[in-house]
Design a protein around this ligand. Sequence first.
Ligand SMILES: [Zn+2]
Ligand SMILES: [Zn+2]
Length: 317
Amino acid sequence: MSKPEIRKDYFKDDYVIIAPNRARRPLETKVAAAVLEDNKICHFCPDNFHGETITYQDNGYNNEWEIVAVINKFAALNLNNNSAYGQTEVIIETRRHGMDINDFSVEHIVRVLNAYINRYTALRSMDGIKHVVIFKNEGGKAGASIAHTHSQVYALPILPAKIENEAKAYAKYRLEHDNCPYCDIIKLEAERPRVIWQDDNVFVLSPYASDSPYGAWLMPKRHIRLISELTHSEKESFATAMRLVLGTLDKYGIAYNYFVENAVNDEDYHMHIKLAPRPNVWAGLELGTGVIINPIPPEYAARIYRDHVAIQNEPRF
Ligand SMILES: [Zn+2]
Ligand SMILES: [Zn+2]
């Protein structure tokens, strides 16, 4: 495509403007000078780790902690504060400083997913908690403040409007089409140019109306509601997909967020991971209207991912 195009989400009433910016090479990102923090202590390194409230511990390979979840002491939410009730935790994904999640083996990413599942399940069953979100902010090469890879978990006493709106749109689609929209999207997109990667278990897609440049959805092919329902083999497929897709973003120094989306309450849903890279910063239109301009057509994004995935898959000698 060369002309801008307004696109509507598959089943939500969300619109984006896909407007390729030909003045700029699509992969050009501003890489800020890395902030040197030699004199700063990393609080996620094992040597500096004292007195934390540990909620999960994976004693990986040498009987030392390899992955831990801890309560965030400086969090906005706290179980002792009725005015801002909730809990936030940090999942430290490795004891080694300076790695990115895409540097891990498939086995290690599966362990990280197991930590997600443990914390999701434990926090979701706590009294007064209505929603648990697991996410990751990765600063890319543009100067993340903590270069020790981690994810975050927020247990909220409310159901955020964005999540509720998606759940309502899902239920409406399900009623009208007698099927799950995500199952339908996997069928609809199977032969199309927006597929990034797939195996028997997992389908990775640049969504048609992506609200993020290089945005991607990582979906299990099996219809399951919660991350805790993934089989071991499905976790391995997710881990492989994450290595490939996040490895591409890492190579180009693109910062990203991803979120694990699960069913709310007892409702039906198709769990998945939404990846939202952030090579641009939202401006007035986006903040004022919620209409987003995405300068990277999803078909182009899928091609960039596929090309890089092909390189990553080449045999090494
Ligand atoms: Zn560290
Ligand atoms: Zn489904």
